[in-house]
Design a protein around this ligand. Structure first.
Ligand code: GLA
Length: 707
């Protein structure tokens, strides 16, 4: 049960989730300050540690930089501000004045607290929102700012929320870093004293960092220990500043945007920050990930109950060289393999023959699709599959009819270079006319051609983010761009309720809780090498569930890495998410097609466990030993174990895998061999999955409870 309680004598607010507590109060200065975030407490227990902040020990200290619910720039505060405003008279300081509070039930099973404030002098209103749910320990926080004055206010920083950890002797930070084709590499290091900034200044979530953190006291493991974590639901630039103060406290603040640009808030205007969701969890990193997965399914994804279909994507098979006959031939082979959704990737429109041209001209190329897309869409549907299409609506090629007609539609500064990356420029989606244009052609395309699925791509970082018509205040582009992107996607979905969307940005450049709340799955990386993918998927799954993680089986040698691994290993790695096929099926031998069809069928038998079960990472991909992950049905009736071993050094001790999440009293039969195991043996002594000898050995073990 989630509950919001208030002690009027001390002014303490206590938010209770099923297993955790979060407490705060407004202190004597009027500022909202943090009290507790951790295991469940009663209101009486929280009262025990309510104290007014001690006066600073010297004239150089000021207010502690960790401990406010939303540290402002104002007064003797010297930490990274979560809220930094500049009023028209040049004043920067913000002074808190509480004006009220509201508690309501936004939906059955949820409760929301809103704390209302304003600046003591200027009519700038700040509302802190907290939402809790009956079925999750995740607390959603965001801030709403409203300018009720006559003069504009510049929001130089407007974070969603700041979070404070209880005191511990040590702290450790987990997060992901990466780059294109090497996203979500998990890092876990001692939190240094000072400020650690994780950020994207690219206008997209980015391949280089992802907007979430996990913190622990240096003692948590995969299965044990306290973990505090938070994830930001935002698909543009962002910044998380994690602090470890000289006196040993830790906390972090997070929000949209990077330093430099500011958001103008005109008279009467309101700005709502993205949601920053926080989770305290016992049970180690594994339990934290499972709680995030459950939250994403219950409260983020639009169609969480669906089983995602097996898809085929043409990109690695054909590159830009797509045409009706070739696609029909691939579609026939894909259907025979058991594919349920056929996606034609880049190259079907305008003068798109390479990266050099065509983006913006979203009309089927007449030489390749003389009858438009209808004949292909009909054929794909006739073969019993859904039809999907690649689009990149936010982009334009300088060599396109659109750019020749609307050169001012791109982000640019007057008289400055328009930097091309991948030979393309970024359309200014913050402009209403540009967003309307995109919505218009997309809704017609989907409606006219019976399109069931879009792979929505975004293939470059933003640069020269100028909006010359806008003059002063053009920095709004960084936020309005993302709001309009969301708006176009939302309207498209509303127009076409059957439409499903994959979020992609050159692989995993736009994976976050914001885009996932309006799409159905994400493409984690352009790197489809199964060996590399194990680590990418390991990082992806720290927060995001397998149900959202598209994974293709492609050809060898891998186009990117040149590595060759067996088909079976490639399948077993891709089976850890939403299985797809991306190889050139016209070159698969009959034996490969038969093996592939068998593995697709096997995936269909277990995908409900992958996509809707709970995931236990049994062994991380950290050394030569097997990496393994397990998915358990909610009712414990079945489990799937996936095991991947790169090499098998001679003489290495055998490592049984201890299974998790099973009812100890139950017995399980392995579907393939019929062998029966008792759950206690599987949990305590483990199993040694049968792996073929040699490198790149893998296994999928499906166990079903014996009635
Ligand atoms: C991006 C995507 C790829 C593919 C290409 C097409 O790189 O991540 O999967 O769609 O664009 O140009």
């Amino acid at each position: 049960m989630s509950v919001i309680a208030f002690a009027s004598d001390t002014g303490v607010w206590l938010l209770s989730t099923p297993r955790t507590s979060y407490a705060l109060r407004i202190d004597a200065t009027g500022a909202p300050c943090h009290l507790a975030w951790g295991p469940a407490l009663t209101l009486e227990e929280v009262q025990e540690f309510v104290t007014e902040p001690a006066p600073p020990p010297s004239s150089f200290e000021g207010r502690p930089s960790v401990g406010d619910e939303l540290p402002v720039d104002g007064g003797p505060r010297y930490g990274p501000p979560s809220l930094q405003v500049r009023f028209a008279d040049g004043t920067r300081a913000f002074e808190w004045q509480a004006t009220g509070h509201r508690v309501h039930e936004p939906a059955p099973g949820s409760a929301e607290l809103v704390l209302d404030f304003r600046d003591r002098l200027h009519p700038l209103r700040v509302a802190l929102h907290y939402r809790v749910h009956d079925d999750s320990d995740v607390i959603e926080r965001w801030t709403v700012l409203r300018n009720d004055g006559d003069a504009p206010v510049a929001l130089q920083r407007a974070d969603s929320a700041a979070w404070t950890l209880p005191f511990r002797e040590d702290y450790r930070l987990s997060h992901v870093t990466g780059q294109w084709s090497a996203e979500t590499q998990l890092r876990r290091d001692v939190l240094p004293f000072g400020e650690t900034v994780l950020t994207s200044r690219r206008g997209i979530t980015s391949h280089h960092a992802n907007p979430w953190v996990m913190l622990d006291a240096g003692d948590a493991t995969e299965d044990h220990g306290q973990v505090w974590s938070a994830a930001l639901a935002w698909s543009g630039s962002w910044r998380i500043t994690v602090q470890r103060t000289p006196d040993g406290r830790a906390g972090f603040t997070a929000g949209a945007g990077h330093e430099g640009p500011y958001l103008p808030l005109g008279p009467g205007q309101e700005y709502t920050t993205p949601v920053h969701a926080g989770l305290y969890c016992e049970g180690g990193f594994g339990a934290a990930s499972r709680a995030w997965h459950a939250y994403t399914l219950a409260h983020v994804l639009p169609h969480p109950q669906e089983i995602r279909p097996v898809l085929y994507n043409s990109w690695e098979a054909t590159g830009f060289d797509v045409d009706e006959a070739g696609q029909k031939a691939l579609a026939a082979r894909a259907a025979a393999l058991g594919v349920e959704l056929y996606v034609m990737d880049d190259g079907w429109f305008g003068a798109r023959r390479s990266e050099a041209a065509g983006l913006g001209d979203w009309v089927p190329a007449p030489d390749r699709f003389p009858g438009g897309l209808a004949p292909l869409a009909e054929e794909v549907h006739r073969l019993g599959m859904r039809f999907g299409l690649w689009v990149e609506p936010e982009m334009v090629s300088p060599d396109s009819d659109l750019y020749r007609k609307q050169p001012d539609w791109v982000l640019h500064f007057p008289h400055r270079t328009r930097t091309e990356l991948r030979n393309q420029l970024v359309l200014n989606f913050a402009r209403r006319d540009v967003a309307e244009w995109a919505y218009g052609w997309l809704t017609r395309l989907v409606g006219d051609h019976g399109i069931d699925f879009l792979k929505w791509d975004m293939n470059r970082a933003i640069s020269e983010a100028g909006w010359p018509d806008r003059g002063e205040g053009a920095d709004e582009v960084w936020t309005t761009y993302v709001h309009h992107l969301y708006d176009v996607v939302d309207r498209l979905r509303a127009d076409h309720p059957h439409l499903r969307i994959e979020a992609c940005s050159g692989g995993g450049g736009r994976v976050d809780l914001g885009i996932l709340s309006r799409t159905d799955q994400a493409w984690p990386s352009d790197n489809t090498d199964a060996a590399d993918r194990v680590a990418i998927q390991h990082g992806y799954g720290q927060i995001y569930p397998a149900r959202t993680m598209a994974a293709w089986v492609t050809d060898v040698p891998n186009q990117l890495t040149g590595r060759s691994v067996p088909l079976r290993f490639r399948f077993h790695v891709a089976m850890a998410g939403v299985l797809g096929i991306g190889g050139d099926l016209s070159h698969w031998s009959d034996a490969e097609l038969a093996e592939g069809a068998g593995l697709v069928a096997e995936y269909k038998r277990v995908r409900h466990l992958v996509q809707h079960g709970t995931q236990h990472r049994l062994r991380a991909p950290v050394d030569d030993g097997p990496a393994a992950t397990q998915y358990v049905a909610a009712d414990g009736s079945e489990t799937l174990l996936l095991v991947w071993q790169r090499t098998s050094p001679h003489g290495r001790p055998s490592r049984p895998l201890r299974l998790a999440g099973l009812d100890p009293a139950a017995r399980y039969r392995e579907a393939r061999t019929g062998t029966v195991y008792s759950a206690t043996v599987l949990r305590e002594y483990g199993m040694q999955p049968e792996l073929p000898p040699g490198d790149w050995a893998s296994a999928a073990v499906h166990l079903i409870r014996v009635p």
